[in-house]
Design a protein around this ligand. Structure first.
Ligand SMILES: [Zn+2]
Length: 312
């Protein structure tokens, strides 16, 4: 009987797949005696024996045993092999793409998960390969870019770390529009109120205007003092490099501490709210006031028009 060794959940090559028509039976090893492996079905515990010479004998599966479709089993294995590649240092997207191509070749790509569904797990595996960093003690390899030796870490304390190269700071100073926003979904693990604050600049690129990140800060709180510390670190470097900020305006959400701090980046009149966050706030208020149904049926358009007032 045909069989092949495949990866288990822990990415060890310990499972055995045996084709059964359009399906695949998956066996786990039980014991080994004199080179003979005793196996059991993952689904119904039916037994099988794999002899040292490669011969495989299998008892029938229970009627209730739900074997995986061949293509699904192959795609699941491709996912595990992608994880294995990442654990060896290949970047998530590259490992994903390699195995996607393989699935296309085997005709099982419809069962292969989308990248966004695998991304978190893959980057967690990749993250285990990265050097440990804690606030105030960023690993040396993240302070400078490895090939060019360009400085990336601008300033760090035990409360925050801000990353921006001189060129990024130049771009920031002269951009027409800046936006600043924090994310809480990816943040330092050791602090409860941590966040990653990012500043993007709108710059003229080859194919028209595009948004580029010009600063990133790892923060341990939502307090104004910390936002101000970020602003001060940027301003100090601008001064040192002889850069005059001429950016047109900066948009942020309606967090008071953040707005106050951004007013210190240059003049206060350059700080604007943000239509996305304003609409989000209105929408949340609509939900809080239990007006969601009216918002959706569109009969009372007032709630929707509210978000547009700022555009008049
Ligand atoms: Zn079975």
């Amino acid at each position: 009987m045909d069989y092949k060794l495949v990866l288990n959940e822990r990415l060890e090559e310990k499972l055995i797949h045996v084709p059964v028509g359009d399906h695949v039976a998956e066996y786990c090893p039980d014991t080994v005696k004199n080179g003979t492996k005793y196996l059991f079905c993952n689904q119904c515990n039916a037994t099988a024996v794999l002899y040292g010479d490669g011969d495989l004998w299998a008892s029938p599966h229970l009627d209730t045993c739900q074997l995986k479709i061949k293509e699904k089993a192959e795609a699941d294995q491709a996912e595990r092999r992608a994880k294995l590649l990442v654990s060896k240092g290949v970047k998530s997207q590259d490992a994903y793409d390699i195995h996607y191509a393989e699935c296309v070749k085997n005709g099982c790509e419809v069962y292969y998960k989308a990248f966004f569904q695998m991304r978190k797990q893959l980057s967690r595996i990749y993250g285990k390969k990265l050097a440990d960093s804690t606030l105030g003690q960023t690993a040396a390899e993240y302070c400078f870019f490895p090939n060019t030796n360009v400085r990336w870490l601008l300033k760090e304390t035990r409360e925050f770390a801000i990353f921006a190269t001189d060129n990024m700071l130049r771009t920031m100073a002269s951009a027409s529009v800046l936006v600043v926003d924090g994310t809480f979904s990816i943040r330092p693990a050791e602090v409860e109120k941590g966040q990653i604050l990012t500043i993007h600049a709108l710059v003229a690129g080859e194919n028209g205007e595009e948004w580029v990140p010009v600063a990133m800060a790892v923060l341990s709180s939502h307090e104004q003092v910390q936002y101000e510390a970020v602003v001060n670190a940027i301003k100090e470097k601008w001064q040192e490099l002889g850069i005059e900020p001429t950016f047109g305006r900066i948009h942020c959400d309606y967090e008071q501490g953040l707005m106050n701090a951004m007013k210190l980046l240059d003049t206060a009149d350059k700080v604007y709210g943000c239509h996305f966050h304003s609409s989000q706030a209105i929408y949340r208020a609509v939900v809080d006031c239990k007006l969601f149904r009216h918002y959706m049926d569109g009969k009372r358009r007032g709630h929707r028009h509210l978000s547009a007032i700022v555009l008049l």
